[in-house]
Design a protein around this ligand. Structure first.
Ligand SMILES: *Cc1c(COP(=O)(O)O)cnc(C)c1O
Ligand code: SF4
Length: 334
């Protein structure tokens, strides 16, 4: 039920497409041969109209559509692709926090996302078991007290901005006020998926956080950043110390220099700096998105040849157990 005083972003989320046939009908694309699972799938399709509006009608290869539409290829088992590709489970520090890297922990603030990206590395994540509850926050605070070397907390998920401002506020206040915490980071795709999430209330909330707020958004293709989204991102930038973007390198979506160069240009126009370009995490169901390393390095060379250095993202791969995300450039090519 949508109540009249519910912020617009929440009603739009509630009305997301969850039926692939309805989405394809909306875009005027025939659904024949679509072997999509029903909405009972553990990772069903989910995409709000605001994101669909940026897809090209009639184009089954639209780069935004390919990110969200279930492919029959997802059901093929691929060697090397599993349920926990980056070793999240062994890195569990508290019921809701992962501690992999020096000085920062990542808190699973919620399991919910505004969009279900088919390549998501946490698509099999046991959120029911992890997502933060009240006692969970106390455990995180106790863990931080035992680890005074941690100076940054990352709220992730899921998508932390899928929580209402009322639920975010106590989290941001409690964590941001700890003297040891210098930076509070949000990993979120919501400002890109549904720009209206950047409400005046959210901006006020971010401005009140005592620690410096860093927001890392997630956009993969320049078509995700139309004029409206760029305006929302600029407002976000006014309230945060830094806004960065991470992308995943995805076959047929953004595996070419032109798309990624234009993405960097549009990010900069919106006050956002490119951060990471991730090589795909080998999560079961996503193998058809893989781009081989040689192609990835060629694309990076293309980006360096046409962009200022500060607009070139860092190509990285996460390896379970490694102390940081591993840069691919500079490694030996064979
Ligand atoms: C990716 C990640 C981080 C952040 O790494 P940065 O290199 O600082 O961006 C922190 N914790 C976990 C568990 C992560 O997966
Ligand atoms: S927004 Fe992020 S966490 Fe959510 S489905 Fe997409 S990749 Fe996964």
């Amino acid at each position: 039920m949508i109540t009249p005083d519910e912020p617009h972003w929440q009603s739009e989320l509630a009305g997301s497409y969850t039926d692939p046939r309805a989405l394809l009908a909306r875009l005027g694309i025939p659904a024949e041969g679509l072997a999509a699972p029903g909405t009972a799938s553990p990772f069903p399709m989910r995409v709000p109209e605001s994101f669909v509006r940026r897809m090209r009608a009639g184009d089954p290869l639209d780069p935004l559509l390919l990110q969200v539409l279930h492919s029959p290829l997802e059901d093929l088992a691929t060697p090397g692709y599993g349920p926990d590709p980056v070793g999240d489970l062994p890195a569990r520090a508290t019921a809701s926090a992962l501690h992999k890297y020096h000085g920062r922990i990542l808190v699973i603030a919620t399991g919910a996302c505004a969009i279900h990206c088919r390549y998501c590395f946490r698509r099999h994540f046991p959120y029911g078991d992890f997502a933060l509850r009240q006692s969970g926050l106390e455990d995180v605070l106790a863990y931080l007290a035992r680890h005074p070397d941690i100076d940054e907390v990352i709220l992730s998920g899921g998508d932390p901005l899928s929580l209402s401002d009322e639920r975010l506020e106590p989290l941001l206040e409690a964590l941001g006020a700890l003297p040891q915490i210098r930076r509070l980071r949000l990993h979120t795709r919501l400002p890109v998926v549904l720009g209206q999430r950047v409400t005046a209330g959210l901006l006020n909330l971010l401005r009140r956080v005592e620690a410096a707020v860093v927001v890392v958004i997630h956009a993969n293709h320049p078509n995700e950043l139309d004029d409206g989204i760029r305006a929302h991102l600029r407002r976000l930038g006014d309230a945060a110390a830094l806004v960065l973007n991470q992308s995943v390198l995805l076959r047929r979506v953004n595996d070419n220099t032109d798309a990624l160069a234009e993405l960097s240009q549009r990010l900069f126009d919106a006050g956002v700096m490119p951060y990471y370009l991730h090589q795909l995490d080998p999560v079961a169901g996503a193998a058809h998105f893989e781009v081989d390393d040689a192609t990835a390095l060629d694309i990076m060379e293309g980006l360096r040849a046409c962009l200022p250095g500060y607009l070139v993202p860092r190509l990285v791969r996460e390896r379970p157990g490694a102390p940081f995300k591993i840069p691919l450039e500079g490694a030996m090519r064979d």
